[in-house]
Design a protein around this ligand. Structure first.
Ligand code: UD1
Length: 423
């Protein structure tokens, strides 16, 4: 068990390179089981979740090698489509293997990924999507067995534009017979990245980034080399940290188009943000203004993954702001922790009413999930005094050594063993 100890109150300043996107890398690594050959994926962040995905692929018989930010996979020895239960429970994203393993082996055994700190996170849309392609699904307790003699393309209408369900259906449909059309598909940039990767392996998919995706099934997938897009949520985390500490930070390896909704909100609050190519500069020199109302919803609207981070920023503005969370029902666990640091936030069903305070104060707080943990780190950077963030394994799932990244920007932050000395 480790913790982060932060001496707050110092504006962040300097230049930082943003990691590759976790949420693009995970489905892309899963999709590579469609080929019997080798795949090289670049710009892969070295994170706990990525390592769990590689452990699963190894357990299924493939050869995996992570070196720096490059992953090399040799899928020729892949011989099982039964995901070990203990690995499945470690990471919800293992569900991404369902579609491609079903397509390659004609059957797949997975386990319910279970609940999660941010809400119920059902998989019904994944299952009904695969059923529509011809899969038969048997659920016994937490075991789910999915079989299909062949997958056949069809029209699928999603009740909700689920990111994971869209991706799972795309991967299975890529190898199905005929055409699949996914209506009300999620439009996140990570879905476009998956389309580009699958097409680099020989798939024929069009429309990712819009709400209608067309997949013409193919029989064979070939080896390829692919580079993952920059992580928009990691970039957003640095942008909000720069703004909340009234700093001046330049980000490299970002796609500003993927950050439009966040940039729009921060500019309304008075933060100066300038982009050029894959570089962005963020500056905030005075107390930001409140932003009346923000509603999280699927891309291109304001991302639920940025909600807790933005809340820290808003808690330091000059008035009352409201955030309405519409994607996950249980995503306000960080409010209690932020309140212990002096934030004035009231939760009313799925809305948080945030009354800006002049400053936050250091405290010992607990990360309850990945983005909530990152939000507490930002709160610690902006606060007066010392903040200790515990349960940081949640943060390590999505950020590559967050303390090293922030220390490069002048933050006073160290990782310590929960008992004592630095690591
Ligand atoms: C992905 C992201 C996560 C992000 C989320 C929403 C990855 C690895 N994770 O998660 O960081 O917060 O998108 O942008 O890419 N739902 C159902 N039935 C389903 C599937 C989803 O009811 O079968 C519901 C969920 O409970 C949730 C909502 O749909 O309320 C959004 O979920 P979804 O878009 O599927 O998110 P994930 O793919 O799990």
């Amino acid at each position: 068990m480790e913790k982060l100890v932060i001496e707050g109150g110092k504006p962040l300043s300097g230049t930082i390179r943003i990691q590759g996107a976790k949420n693009a890398a995970l489905p892309i690594l899963a999709a590579s089981v469609l080929t019997g050959g080798s795949v090289t994926v670049e710009n892969v962040p070295d994170l706990l979740d990525i390592r769990v995905m590689l452990d699963i692929l190894t357990a299924l018989g493939s050869k995996t090698e992570l070196s720096g930010h490059q992953v090399r996979l040799d899928m020729s020895g892949l011989n099982s489509s039964h995901i070990p239960e203990e690995l499945m429970k470690q990471m919800r994203s293992s569900i991404f293997l369902m579609g491609p393993l079903l397509a390659r082996f004609g059957s797949v055994t997975v386990y319910q990924p279970g609940g999660c700190a941010i809400g119920e996170r059902k998989i019904n849309l994944h299952l009904t999507g695969l059923e529509a392609l011809g899969a038969r699904i048997e659920e016994k307790g937490s075991t789910i067995v999915c079989r299909a003699d062949k997958l056949v393309g069809t029209d699928i209408v999603l009740d909700f534009p689920s990111v994971g369900a869209t991706e799972n259906i795309m991967m299975a449909a890529a190898a199905a017979e005929g055409r699949t059309t996914i209506h009300n598909a999620a439009r996140e940039p990570e879905i476009q990245d998956l389309q580009h990767f699958l097409n680099a392996m020989g798939a024929r998919i069009y429309g990712a980034g819009t709400n209608t995706i067309t997949v013409d099934g193919v029989r064979e997938f070939h080896p390829c080399r692919y580079r993952i897009i920059p992580d928009r949520i990691a970039a957003g985390t640095v942008i909000v940290a720069a703004a909340a500490t009234r700093g001046n930070v330049t980000l490299e390896n970002v796609n500003p188009q993927h950050l439009t909704s966040l940039v729009h909100v921060l500019r309304r609050a008075g933060v100066q943000i300038v982009s050029s190519g894959d570089i962005m500069n963020v500056q905030c020199h005075s107390r930001p203004k409140r932003v009346e109302r923000i509603v999280t919803s699927p891309y291109p609207s304001f991302p639920t993954d940025m909600q807790s981070l933005l809340m820290v920023f808003l808690s330091l503005t000059d008035g009352l702001s409201i955030i309405k969370e519409t994607v996950f029902e249980g995503r306000f666990k960080h409010v209690e922790e932020l309140s212990r640091m002096g934030a004035d936030i009231r939760v009313d069903l799925n809305a948080a009413l945030i009354k800006g305070v002049p400053r936050l104060y250091g405290a010992t707080v607990e990360a309850t999930d990945l983005r909530a943990g990152a939000a507490l780190v930002i709160a610690g950077l902006a606060a007066h005094g010392t903040t200790v963030v515990e349960q940081i394994h949640h943060i390590d799932r999505g950020y590559e050594r967050i303390e090293e990244m922030l220390a490069k920007l002048g933050a006073k932050i160290v990782r310590k063993a929960s008992g004592g000395g630095s690591i």
